[in-house]
Design a protein around this ligand. Structure first.
Ligand code: GTP
Ligand code: MG
Length: 243
């Protein structure tokens, strides 16, 4: 078995909560309300993964599957500079793809597996795992079908994580319950039901604090861990996630 690598999040508090950082050979899920920092952590991890291992990195390439169109290459620049890395070189090591349907998303994963067998990747980002399922499967009658397709997608992610010793970081939305004709979202309830809850090795809940402050809590972990239900505070800074 390949040795697990822990990749720093840019925040010592968050790393502590994770037992050192996000792990390869595992799936880390972050869910939470809009603007809670899920995508900002994704951008920070794009850079940190490329750091040498003695600096908390994974010394590897990054794959970014974007289902919401929120990846910003120009956001990578100040984050790379913060860590003393060349932004151009960092961007060159991020393989980016925008997915437009859940099938497209699945096929991108198949293509990535071929790439990962040739080059050393250490991180796969899926931001978000659920958005396209919500678009492609509407209506209650389609829920069982949706969950089955979601399970297939997740088992692919698990296979990639294990086969290539890659850290998978996937973001998730919160459920939106129709109430009185208005969609009211519950910031504490992740979407995706049991299928998604069982896939992640560790599930993080993000919420907004004061200003650029964010609060993260570790939840329902499918591994033995002493970090369950711990709460930590981090910041969103120009240089990415920090303390
Ligand atoms: P959704 O995808 O909408 O569910 O939200 P999210 O959890 O992905 O939120 P995201 O990570 O996009 O966080 C957005 C927040 O990050 C903004 O409200 C800002 O506070 C902060 N942010 C975004 N861009 C920048 C930037 O360039 N510099 C700094 N300092 N902060 C930024
Ligand atoms: Mg986002």
């Amino acid at each position: 078995r390949k040795a697990v690598i822990k990749i720093t999040t840019g925040s010592q508090a968050l790393d502590e909560l994770l037992g050192g950082g996000i792990e390869t050979n595992a799936i880390t899920e972050a869910f939470g309300e809009f603007r809670s920092g899920k995508t900002q952590l994704a951008h920070t991890l794009c850079v940190c993964t490329q750091l040498p291992t003695n600096m908390g990195g994974g010394n590897g390439k990054v794959a970014f599957i974007d289902t919401e169109g929120t990846f910003r290459p120009d956001r990578i620049v100040p984050i790379a500079e913060r860590f003393g890395m060349d932004p151009g070189a960092v961007l060159d090591n991020i393989i980016y793809a925008r997915a437009y349907t859940y099938e497209h998303q699945y096929n991108l994963l198949l293509g990535l597996a071929a790439k990962m067998s040739e080059e050393p990747f250490r991180l796969l980002i899926v931001d978000s795992i659920i958005a396209l399922f919500r678009v492609d499967f509407t209506g209650r009658g389609e829920l069982a079908d949706r969950q089955q397709k979601l399970a297939q997608m997740l088992s692919r992610l698990i296979k990639i994580a294990e086969e290539f010793n890659v850290a998978v970081y996937m973001t998730n939305q919160v459920i939106a319950d129709p109430g009185g004709g208005v969609f009211i979202s519950d910031p504490k309830k992740p979407a995706g039901g049991h299928v998604l809850a069982h896939a992640a090795t560790i599930r993080l809940m993000f919420r907004k604090g004061k200003g650029e402050q964010r609060v993260c809590k570790s939840e329902s972990i499918n591994c033995s861990s002493i970090f369950l239900n711990k709460t930590h505070i981090f910041q969103i800074t120009p240089g990415g996630i920090a303390d």
